[in-house]
Design a protein around this ligand. Structure first.
Ligand code: DAH
Length: 360
């Protein structure tokens, strides 16, 4: 009888300890104190050897039942403590998911720089290297060497910025196109020549699609056996790559440039939807490139023999591509340095365009 009371008392005691354990560590100590090798219940079980068989049986049953209830109480309390600990962590370690992960860098890459780099990537992949020339050019490089003699009407079309005359009466110009780099490249390189020349160009013109300073890429390919097929393939590949399309509808339209013969302007198919242009298909056309087979006079002016060397050239407006590709309506905004515009149309400096990972 006393034993039963003792067991009841022990049970109340242990359950009270379990309930009071305020963390898992404390609970574990209670468990060891009761059920561990040297715990109270374990000790009582060991002591049963001294009892007579009848008592041993009843005490054994009672102890086993006690052990089961205490174990159950510990397990229940363990769950309660676990949940409390988790609730506490959730409350204190809570993350404001509406915060930006990292502060956005202040600067962005200008769309012109982005397209410039995209063009370099595409032609680099086709085996072209990048050539350069000065912004201030002589009349000869900008016009004469490109088969545009003094009286040629193309000079008027170019809205040239002229410098004051030098002592000898000649006037330097701000280059009106990147084509002078063709001549400079021929003077210093032997065929095979495969270059592009991206850079700034200048014309006295300003409206929604013209600014006094703008950007072009010149291309020049010269060798002994280059023909119109090479031109067509190269520029088709370029258009597909730059607009990131598998197929682009293209039109090679006969045209005239003094420095090429024959000359072609290249249009790409497009459609207009709600004032936005969609490139690659449709019944409208957008002119994006001037091109042709380099005129023999130009090859001669570059110091090469047109009977041995032939090839093609092209000129693309970088700003125009940027406007079309990224849906930017007004060219003048490109050069106004409006921070809101730059943030909106700019590119992350970490997304360097490449053909494997994607251009834009
Ligand atoms: N230089 C021309 C311009 O400024 C563009 C151009 C057209 C360049 C045809 C070329 C070409 O090399 O073959 O408008």
């Amino acid at each position: 009888m006393t034993e039963t009371l003792d067991l009841e008392k022990l049970e109340q005691d242990l359950i009270a300890q379990v309930d009071q354990a305020s963390n898992e560590q404390a609970l574990e100590e209670v468990r060891i104190g009761a059920l561990g090798k040297k715990g109270t219940i374990s000790a009582m079980m060991k002591g049963m050897g001294k009892l007579d068989p009848e008592q041993r049986k009843s005490t054994g049953q009672a102890l086993n039942a006690l052990k089961a209830r205490v174990s159950q109480a510990i397990a229940t309390q363990k769950e309660v403590l676990k949940k409390q600990a988790m609730d506490l962590r959730l409350a204190t370690e809570h993350v404001d998911v509406t915060l930006p992960a990292r502060k956005r860098s202040e600067g962005t890459i200008h769309p012109v720089s982005q397209v410039w780099e995209e063009v370099v990537q595409i032609f680099g992949d086709l085996g072209f290297s990048v050539a350069e020339g000065p912004h201030i050019e002589s009349d000869w490089y900008n016009f004469g060497a490109l088969n545009i003699p003094d009286e040629h009407p193309a000079r008027q079309e170019h809205d040239t910025f002229y410098f004051n005359p030098d002592k000898d009466g000649s006037r330097k110009v701000l280059r009106t196109h990147t084509s002078p780099v063709q001549i400079r490249t021929m003077e210093t390189n032997q065929p095979p020549i495969r270059i592009i020349a991206p850079g700034r160009t200048f014309r006295c013109d300003s409206d929604q699609t013209h600014t006094p300073m703008f950007h072009q890429v010149e291309g020049l390919v010269l060798d002994s056996d280059i023909h119109l097929g090479h031109l067509k393939w190269t520029l088709t590949e370029f258009c597909k790559a730059i607009f990131e399309l598998d197929d682009v509808k293209m039109r090679f339209r006969s045209s005239h440039f003094p420095f090429t013969e024959p000359s072609m302007e290249i249009d790409i198919g497009c459609t207009w939807e709600n004032g936005q242009v969609k490139i690659g298909e449709g019944d409208d056309w957008l002119e994006i490139l001037g091109s042709g087979m380099v005129h023999p006079n130009v090859i001669r002016a570059g110091g090469l023999d047109p009977d041995k060397v032939q090839g093609f050239a092209f000129g693309v407006g970088i700003d125009r591509i940027a406007m079309l590709k990224y849906g930017i309506p007004d060219l003048r905004a490109f050069f106004e340095s409006d921070l809101r515009w730059l943030r909106h149309y700019g590119f992350s400096a970490l997304n360097v365009p490449n053909l494997a990972g994607g251009l834009s």
